[in-house]
Structures are given as C-alpha cells and as structure tokens.
Design a protein around this ligand. Structure first.
Ligand code: AGP
Length: 614
C-alpha cells in the first residue's frame, strides 16, 4: 500500500506535506514525491524520487517554495520499479493536473493504449499515470474540473484512492476513494486529506471518513462531498478520533517497534478496563441484535492474515476451552476462494489491525455474499473492515506504526480471550465461578507483561547479540502456543531477514528434525501446561542432536533451565492467556537481532504495514 497526504490552507504546504509523509512512511517507502501550486509562478511544481522521504527532503532543501495547497505520496511499488519516473505525483503532459494514487487501476492498459493514440506521452510504467492523462482528456469537454475528475474515475475499474489538484482551480483538492483508506482532516482555515489520521494528528482530531465511491472537493474552509455515480452532493458527519499526536510519534524510543512492545502493558490494562465492569464482560460497540446473534451462532469461521491469523489460531483454543462452538481458521486469501458453503448459523470472525487488508476485505465480501453474520475485530476506527462488517469490536491498541505487529497482536489475543469467556458465559458453558477465576487471571496480565519487559529485556538482548549470525531458526510450540511459534517466527523473518520457521512441536519428528545440527537454533515455547512433558521430550531430542535450545518457560522451572542453552522465564498464567505472555520474549528477540544486524526495524525491506493490494 502507499501513503497519501493532501493539504489546503493558509500555511506553506511543503513542510506539512513532508511531515505527513514521514508519518505515513510505514505504509510504503520505496519512493516518494510531492506537488504544490506555486503561487508566484502560477504553476504546479513537482519533486519526487526513489528512496525514502529523507531523499525527497534533500531534493527540496534550499529550494524556495511558496504555495498553500499540495499533494504528496510515499510508494510501495506495484506497477513499475521504484524509480523517479514511477514515483508519484504524476502530471499530465501540459502540467494542468497532478495526481497521487493508492490501489490498482485494473483496466489501465486499455485506457493507456487509447490515450497514446490520442497523443498523450507516458513517462512511467505506472497505472497511475493513466489516471492523470484521462483526467486531462475528460477536461476538454467538461464544464468543471470536478466533473472531468468524476468522468475519468467512472471510466476506471479497480480499487483506488486518488488525491489530485488542477491548475485552473488551485483552491481545492479533488479526492476519491474506493476500498483504499482516505480520510479528510478538518482544521481551522485549513483541511487535510490522508491515508490515515497519523499524517495530520498534530493539527486536528476531527475527521470525515470518505465512503466507497465518494468524491470530494476539499477547500481550506469547507468540504463538498458527492456520490460518484449520481454526482449529487451528500452530507457526511465528522467524528472525533481518540488518538493523540504523541501516540503516533516515536518520542524518545529508538524505534516505533520498541515503543509499541513497551506499550503493551498499558494497552492490556486499557482493554481490561474498558471491557470488564465488576464481573461483567461488556461490548459497547455491539448492539442488542449483535449480542443476540452471538447467542445463536453454531459455528465460527475465523479469517485473517499474518499476525492476525496467528491470533485467530490461538482463539480456536480459547473458544474450544470456553464455548464448545466449532471453530475453523483460515487465512483470508484461502477463505475467499474456497468453495465452502456457509449457513446463517455461522459467524465469520475477521481480525485485522489496519482494517484495510485486501484479502480480508475480500473474505468479508464473500461472507456477506452468502448472507452470513460478520464480526470484525479491528484496531483502526473508520477503516473499511470496521465500516463494512455487520458488527465491529475495537482493540484500542492506539496507532501501530511499526510494520512488525506487536501491541495489536496481544490486544487481539486479549479481546479474543474475553470474547471466548463471554460466549461461554451466555451459553452456560462457563459457571459464574469459573468466569470470575478467568477474569482474576486476566487482571494479572498487564503487570506480568510489564514484568517480562522490565526484567527480561536485557537477557534477551544479550542472547540476540550471541545468536544474530545463526543461519536458521525453528520455533516450536504445542496447543495454544503453537500459534505463538508461528508468530515468533514471523516477527523474526520480517525484521531480521533470517529464515525462521514456526512448527507444531509434535510435527518435529515428521521432517524438521532433519535440520537439527549444532548451528540450528530451536526456540521451544514450553510453559507449564498439559503438553509440558511432550515439549520436554522434544527438547531432549534436539539436544541429542546438538541443536541450540532457546526455551520460553515458566519462571524458576529448574528442569527446563537445565536443558536450555538460553532461557527466558515468564510468570505462571492460565493457559488460555499464556500466548499474551510467551510472545513478548519472541518480539524482543526479533527486535534485538534486527537492531544488532543494523536493519530498518520499523520499515523492513519489501514489506508494508497494511497489504491493501492482492
Ligand atoms: C505482521 O507483523 C505483519 N506486518 C503482517 O503479517 C500483518 O499482520 C498482516 O499483513 C495483516 O495485517 P492486518 O492485521 O492489518 O490485516
């Protein structure tokens, strides 16, 4: 996905656009650019290039710019390599229009052929450039730029968000969204457009969430929104978002990921505070009809991607332990193409930090096509998934900027565990007494999470420095900590660029054991649990083959300590909550190895924070 920023107001646009781009760099960072209306010369100036926003800032250093309206973009390449020609913004051949884009124009090749026949010259390999030339072509017969913008969009197929500006109407931005996030930030005498609120949080918390197929003209002191098809004006309410500026900034932390790992105790505390009143678990976002649905469902199909998928896998053990409801778990990209027939007694549970992941949105649409109740668990308010699912529960983890998800994951696990307990209670599978015991344990999690971070970080950091050059890692877990093994391995892969594989420990003898030698690090997640003895057998087999055992276990477990080359102890906790604690040392291990390798921890190569394209 890419990051889009637009500004129109009374201040210099360029510094605001650059600051916005820096906040959005986690969305894509292989090239960047901006364009603004130069008041003095009455023309659109454009600066762009390959590389991160810092390269763009260097390009602009020393250049005098005066303009109060502009657009900017940070790119995660889909069509065309990250080069200056392919960087956004794109202008038409005469410089009348400039546009930035997130998403994919599926029929761009046909449109491009037609435009080239009409004499338009293309400089890039992007689909985006087609949009700006089409806008110019449509403008020849339109009575207003907004109309030519609308006509151009009506001729494009695909999922996209655009922000553009026109030389002849330099007092407004032209905005459109379909299945790619775009918000309008409402300031005083100035307005903003961005892919997410972190780009304009320093200026305003008041936003308008554009809906799909809505087009807007954004002026410095007002906004006009239209329905794409009819062209008619529509009214949208603004909402207040509860994110603060400091939440979206690194502060004194060395990296966002470091900050977000350390925010987890507070996030867990906030989640418990919001969701547990006395012994009741409450869901303020759910309406009575949603709660009725939760009583009636006979199957849960959990669907998500990446880290959120691991949270869903862990939730299966929680639902099994608390509710007796059959649960299946699929990655979104498989679910959306599967032939499975759903029934009205099913619930499709979609989990996503960003709420913009293309495959998960497609899975949502498939569930809705089959008329099935959809419940989303999302971190970003106003995101597509939050707005399009039948019901939504928020994780309130605050903005998560680091590409490698940490606090959103433990927040998802917390919400999923509470949801499992809640369902157990309303379906009389859990006694009030058991529920109280569960909640008493849950209340310990913030303190235990803090304890691990405070007391174990130094040890993990030293372990990371001694292991950072090992060529291969395997993560093993059983039961509810099998997903933890997958998550730990994903964190490691994402930011250290070293191969790491998560496996069900019981599967080790069915193949992976062949990999064991004195260079292989095997991360064994072995807290006290019903599968502890089986994990100890795995550890014996690994040691017998000189594998390097790095175990996560219950603190003071002398037996496990004696069998481990490296050991991180965590407080004893009820099994359904243990993934919330066992993952912390794995997050820290990935972080410290990546730092020791000098990697870009917050913006790892090839990745983007939210995969909004398929
Ligand atoms: C997690 O560290 C990764 N960045 C990635 O797997 C992510 O979890 C996945 O893309 C899903 O994102 P979402 O939760 O925003 O849908």
């Amino acid at each position: 996905m890419c990051g889009i920023v637009g500004y129109v107001g009374k201040k210099e646009a360029v510094p605001i656009l650059l600051q916005g781009l820096e906040s959005l760099e986690y969305r894509g960072y292989d090239s960047s650019g901006l364009a603004y209306f130069d008041e003095a010369q009455k023309k659109i100036d454009c600066f762009k290039g390959a590389g991160p926003v810092s390269c763009l800032k260097s390009q602009l250093a020393g250049i005098h710019h005066s303009g109060c309206i502009g657009i900017a973009h940070t790119r995660w390449a889909t069509h065309g390599a990250p080069t200056q020609e392919n960087a956004h913004p794109h202008l038409d051949n005469k410089g009348y229009f400039a546009i930035v884009h997130n998403g994919i124009i599926e029929n761009y090749k046909l449109l491009k052929q037609d435009l080239e026949k009409r004499g338009y010259q293309f400089k890039s390999q992007t689909d985006t450039e087609t949009a700006v030339h089409l806008w110019h072509a449509k403008n020849e017969h339109a009575d207003a730029i907004r109309e030519s913008f609308r006509q151009a969009i009506l001729h494009m197929e695909g999922q996209f968000a655009f922000v553009g500006m026109g030389l002849d109407e330099p007092d407004r931005l032209f905005v459109f969204r379909r299945s790619n996030p775009l918000l309008i930030g409402l300031g005083r005498g100035e307005n903003f457009v961005a892919s997410d609120a972190t780009a304009f949080l320093p200026y305003t918390n008041r936003v308008i969430y554009l809906g799909d197929d809505e087009l807007a003209e954004v002026f410095k002191d007002h906004v006009r929104i239209y329905n794409l098809k009819s062209g008619r004006l529509i009214h949208k309410k603004s909402v207040h978002i509860d994110w603060s500026q400091e939440q979206a900034q690194k502060g004194n932390a060395p990296h966002f990921m470091f900050k977000e790992i350390h925010e987890q105790p507070e996030v867990l505390k906030k989640t418990l505070k919001q969701r547990i009143k006395n012994t009741q678990i409450i869901w303020n976002e759910l309406r009575p009809k949603d709660l009725d649905k939760l009583k009636q469902i006979e199957r849960i199909l959990a669907v998500s991607c990446g880290t959120a998928y691991h949270a869903c896998l862990a939730s299966k053990y929680m639902f099994d332990a608390c509710t007796g409801i059959p649960v299946s778990v699929d990655v979104s990209s498989e679910f959306r193409y599967s032939e499975q027939q759903l029934t009205r007694k099913d619930m499709v549970l979609l989990v996503s930090q960003s709420g913009e992941t293309a495959d998960t949105l497609a899975a949502l649409n498939e569930a809705k096509r089959q008329g099935v109740f959809t419940l989303a668990i999302v971190n970003v308010r106003g995101s597509s998934l939050a707005r399009e699912a039948d019901a939504v529960i928020y994780t309130h983890a605050g903005p998560e900027i680091g590409v490698a998800s940490t606090k959103a994951y433990t927040a998802q696990l917390m919400v999923l565990a509470l949801l499992a307990i809640y369902l157990g209670i309303i379906r009389n599978k859990i006694s009030k007494k058991d529920a109280s015991a569960f909640l008493a344990q849950a209340r310990k999690l913030p303190k235990y999470c803090l304890q691990i971070i405070q007391k174990k970080s130094a040890a993990v950091k030293s372990y990371a420095e001694s292991l950072k050059d090992k060529p291969n890692f395997i993560y093993l877990g059983r039961g509810i900590n099998f997903p933890t093994a997958l998550e730990g391995a994903l964190k490691f892969k994402e930011i250290t660029y070293t191969h790491a594989h998560g496996y069900a420990a019981g599967e080790m003898k069915h193949g992976p054991i062949a990999l064991i030698d004195d260079q292989l690090v095997v991360i064994c997640i072995a807290p006290q649990s019903k599968t502890y003895e089986k994990m100890m057998n795995n550890i014996e087999e690994i040691s017998a083959r000189k594998g390097i055992v790095f175990s996560i276990g219950t603190e003071d477990d002398q037996r496990l300590i004696a069998k481990s080359r490296f050991f991180v102890g965590i407080p004893r906790i009820l099994e359904i909550f243990s993934p919330i604690l066992t993952v912390i040392p794995l997050q820290l291990l990935a972080y410290y190895v990546a730092v020791a390798k000098g990697n870009e921890v917050d913006k790892p190569r090839n990745l983007a924070k939210s995969v909004t394209v398929e």
